[in-house]
Design a protein around this ligand. Structure first.
Ligand SMILES: Cc1cc2nc3c(=O)[nH]c(=O)nc-3n(C[C@H](O)[C@H](O)[C@H](O)COP(=O)(O)OP(=O)(O)OC[C@H]3O[C@@H](n4cnc5c(N)ncnc54)[C@H](O)[C@@H]3O)c2cc1C
Length: 398
């Protein structure tokens, strides 16, 4: 009986197990993960869950169960190493688990930059349900919340914390917010929304120390802080896989079929996977809900005998201060064309490279996503005039 061992019982790992069972996999599935919770989706942790509008059951995956064809077992534990020759993993509890096919689905760990004071009890990160519970209870009692990092999670928490009557300061070393994902004009628009909502946004500033009641900036300013969130990104969780991943790699490198390079029976999915993208012809590591969702399905299909390579155009969304913002592709064009007026909260900010669309930021215009994706994927030639004119339906161009 073939045993598939999935390491990491988060969003992608949980979905691989679910799709294997539903796809009639005849064998044994073992899902081993560090968290005690059943697999769940994380986006609500910084949004609805923090706002008290959703509980855990609403974003947990369906409970996976054995079927007639397949055995299923979920274990709680931390995998510490892999032996690709003997086809085993070792766990922190001293267990050895055998496998025929291994799926690495360990996601990413919240980064803790080496700032003195980063381990004080009022300093938080946000990756898991347990992190979110601690942060939620701290914010409820807080007077001064300092968020280090103006990326997606930092700004979503700033938005969610608004209703708690807490003073919020966001500190970001880059000169603009969500700089990795948004175009400069979209960053500028979003920063204005946060400032208008009362957030003290300090751009181009680092933190030199965290104290029990304050954060000290690199220009010597002292910001009162009884609660601090380190929202400084996430690093792929590769520590257990030194035997199959070169030191310093930004994730687990895979081919387009999600197979780990040089190891035909090992696969990687989700945030940890650095997968060869047929769309871009280079390796991409995507930290998004859709990637976890669809790559898990692709790997399950491949384990069930499918041949389709995995191909995914980057897409993410964020909800902040009542605005839904979606980013498709990359903000890496040679110019931006704007349709609509960002001041109204509804606009499309298109990124063009020559006469091709390569990305877009959709402010309150999520309904355009599918058309934008078609224009990018089909490499449809477009003009600035067509994209900038709100009367021209994108659907007709795609
Ligand atoms: C607060 C928050 C908000 C987000 N919001 C959005 C959003 O709005 N839109 C969007 O597109 N994306 C969002 N994301 C990103 C999205 O949630 C992730 O891309 C997705 O969870 C990745 O799934 P994964 O299975 O790869 O990793 P995870 O869901 O993190 O699962 C990995 C699991 O592996 C376990 N693990 C790690 N190492 C080991 C080990 N050695 N042994 C055993 N188990 C291990 C971990 O404990 C974890 O349970 C958000 C993420 C967070 C944290």
């Amino acid at each position: 009986m073939t045993r598939v061992l999935i390491v990491g019982a988060g969003h992608a790992g949980g979905r691989v197990a679910q799709h294997l069972v539903e796809g009639g996999f005849a064998g044994e599935i073992v899902l081993v993960g560090e968290e005690v919770h059943i697999p769940y989706e994380r986006p609500a942790l910084s949004k609805e869950f923090l706002l008290g509008k959703q509980d855990v059951a609403e974003f947990s995956l369906p409970v996976c169960e054995a079927s007639e064809a397949c055995r299923f077992e979920r274990r709680v534990g931390r995998v510490t190493s892999v032996d690709p020759v003997e086809r085993t993993v070792s766990t922190a509890d001293g267990e050895t688990i055998e496998w025929d096919r291994l799926v690495i689905a360990t996601g990413a760990d919240a980064r803790r930059p080496p700032i003195p004071g980063n381990d004080l009890s009022h300093v938080h990160v946000l990756r898991t349900i347990d992190d979110a519970l601690r942060l939620k209870s701290a914010i409820t009692a807080a007077k001064n919340l300092v968020i280090i990092g103006a990326g997606v999670i930092g700004l979503e928490v700033a938005s969610s914390a608004r209703g708690h009557g807490v003073a919020i300061c966001v500190i970001e070393p880059a000169e603009r917010v969500m700089a990795r994902i948004l175009s400069p004009s979209a960053s500028h628009w979003l920063a204005e929304q946060h400032r208008a909502a009362g957030t003290d946004l300090r751009l181009g500033r680092g933190v030199s120390e965290i104290h029990g009641d304050a954060v000290i900036l690199d220009d010597g300013s002292v910001i009162a802080a009884d609660t601090v969130l380190l929202a400084t990104g996430a690093a792929p969780a590769t520590a257990a896989f030194a035997s199959v991943v070169a030191a310093g790699a930004d994730g687990v490198p895979t081919d387009a079929h999600c197979r780990v390079e040089g190891h035909e029976h090992i696969y990687a999915v989700g945030d940890v996977a650095l997968s060869s993208s047929p769309i871009y012809g280079r390796a991409l590591r995507q930290e998004t809900w859709r990637n976890a969702e669809n790559q898990a399905q692709a790997v399950a299909q491949i384990l069930l005998g499918g041949e389709e390579p995995y191909s995914e155009l980057p897409w993410m969304w964020t909800d902040q201060l009542g605005h839904n913002i979606q980013v498709v592709g990359f903000c890496a064009g040679d110019r931006e064309v704007v349709r609509g007026d960002p001041a109204t909260g509804k606009a499309c900010l298109f990124q063009l490279d020559g006469d091709r669309l390569v990305g877009a930021v959709l402010l309150g215009e999520g309904k355009q996503r599918k058309h934008v994706e078609r224009l990018i994927l089909d490499r449809v030639p477009v003009t600035d005039a067509q994209l900038g004119d709100p009367v021209q339906a994108l659907k007709a161009l795609a």
